[in-house]
Design a protein around this ligand. Sequence first.
Ligand SMILES: Cc1cc2nc3c(=O)[nH]c(=O)nc-3n(C[C@H](O)[C@H](O)[C@H](O)COP(=O)(O)OP(=O)(O)OC[C@H]3O[C@@H](n4cnc5c(N)ncnc54)[C@H](O)[C@@H]3O)c2cc1C
Length: 589
Amino acid sequence: MSNPKGLEWLITTSSFEDVFIPEEFNEEHLQIKDLATQFLQKEVVPNFDKIECKEDNIMANILKKAGDVGLLGSAVPEEFEGLGKDFVTTSIINESLGAGYSFSVAYAAHTGIGTLPILFFGTENQKQKYVPKLASGQLMGAYGLTEPTSGSDALSAKTTAVLSADKKHYILNGQKCWITNGGFADIYTVFAKIDGTKFTAFIIERGMPGFTQGLEEHKMGIKGSSTVQLYFQDCLVPVENVLGDIGRGHIIAFNILNIGRLKLCIATLGAAKGAAKESAQYANTRQQFKLPLATFGAIKFKISEMVIKIWMIESLSYRIAHNVDIKEKQFIQDGKTFNEASLGAAEEFAVECSIAKVAGSEMLNYVVDEGVQIHGGNGFSDEYLISRAYRDSRINRIFEGTNEINRLLIFDMIIKRALAGKIDLLTAAKKIQNDLLGIPDFSIKNQIDLFENLKNTLENYKKAILLVAGAATQKLNEKIATEQELIMNISDMIIETYICESGLLRLLKLNSKKTVDIQIENRIVETYFYDVSFKIAKYGQDAINIFASGDEQKMMLLALKRFTKCDPINPKESRRIIAKDFLQKQGSN
Ligand SMILES: Cc1cc2nc3c(=O)[nH]c(=O)nc-3n(C[C@H](O)[C@H](O)[C@H](O)COP(=O)(O)OP(=O)(O)OC[C@H]3O[C@@H](n4cnc5c(N)ncnc54)[C@H](O)[C@@H]3O)c2cc1C
């Protein structure tokens, strides 16, 4: 791919040649996957209960061991004693450790929000002082943005910073809450407003005078992950610990989130694969009515849905991760610094990162919820891992920007890019009008060519988005911001379409290799497309019915019907084939 651009997929036809798929992992990728998986099995899994009880500072100790084998520094350049690996490689580690429950959260917080702000925004001195030690695990990192009265509205933070009379320190006063790794971290990136207005980041070290922490929170899930409040009472922070530019803390906060959202999605993959495996093994083993649960159609449905959703999200995750890598390389070739290139690449795909965050966290919630259901009463018992998987998954819809905020952002970022001339939505929307003048084809075709049908269906889903989003923004202008229900509908259409496209492109690429049997993948993609046609139709109808009326409403609903048409399949047959394959591969526990 010569020049990947965020959102381009929405207005053009994407080529399978341009996407990276997990089947293309190279030798190094597989080695690192093996390393991370072995680490999980050896150091984390046997300690699940101890981690849950926060025994003997165990989380920090395991993180330190992860540092010893290089797992904390994969994204850190070699000059700061990291491995300097690309985003795909780092993602592979995140996925592999994703089945580590609380450990996975602590790991992600340390290597992400705990390390990256200093790596990307620190001065040379700050980077030399902290980053090698964060990458090796000698220091543990955390990130303090949220406050009791400012969560989603992070910029309304009340923590203040005032320059001391001798101009050597900033004096911080305020409170942060929900700080992951807060109980044992050595280094914190904390946001405060200088003179009550200039939102700025600071590097806080444990032990600085006036800095204390609260007790561990008692949480619904990820109980082994340390979460505390931080208190700043006339806390003296040396001026050299200002991170980035004064008054530009939001640049740090928002840029770090883009990367975090994609990583969160990738971690949900690891968690979901673990939960699906547990569920399949249980279904194969447990008998009721003298038959294994796995023989019942209702259970096969759930297993196949898990497989379908996981495969589709996997396709999307590595597609984005690779795009970020290509973009970063390109920026470096264009003369940008490492920091500019890394942040610029993540920013380019910020919409896709938000899509991934929502899609991954909701996929995982489905998998663990139905996983508990497959386990019946045992699923409600702490003795079974699925119970922990269920409790620990819920947080993913809340942090790294709630899923509501991310849905709002998806739409907002698209409109802003269109207004800035970065994406030509207008021409694309006008083209839809022309298409609508053609004669609609409501006939049911034989499935002569599955791929061509799916490609057409996908292009139609995109048209449905442009139809609804274009008309809604034209009609409501800036008032659309107050119609959040409508924005949610449009964002859901966008999310589902991007998932569809990512899965289809992976399937087409696999098909082009002609070396693998893709029967199951065919079924996965066609079943997802089939389901999504109803979903997109519903989101679209709801949206149209919010802002249109009379003839316009009728016309738009008709057009939507045309664009959400999907060739019928026998979903039961497809799901049974998918479930059978997965259940056979998992064996019994
Ligand atoms: C276990 C855990 C670990 C965390 N770790 C960290 C950490 O390490 N560092 C850190 O800084 N923070 C951390 N957080 C905080 C987390 O990022 C926030 O909880 C999250 O951003 C939501 O903020 P809030 O809890 O204040 O909810 P609120 O912002 O009060 O939101 C409540 C509900 O209202 C919705 N809502 C809010 N605003 C809008 C709007 N404009 N339109 C529509 N709906 C809206 C939200 O989507 C949500 O459903 C953590 C939280 C938890 C629970």
